[in-house]
Design a protein around this ligand. Structure first.
Ligand SMILES: [Zn+2]
Length: 48
């Protein structure tokens, strides 16, 4: 699993079907980069 930042949010890569963002060449990270909000659609298992 990789991660990338788009529109100031961290998304997973490959992007799950629940998220409508497309990866268009953004830099891929091995772990979620700090300092960004996580996409609600990509990170559905976050504790609330
Ligand atoms: Zn997403």
């Amino acid at each position: 699993m990789k991660y990338f930042v788009k529109n100031d949010k961290v998304h997973k890569y490959p992007v799950p079907s629940s998220c409508n963002v497309k990866h268009t060449g953004e830099k891929l990270h091995d772990s979620p980069p700090a300092g960004y909000e996580k996409c609600d659609h990509c990170f559905t298992n976050l504790p609330r």
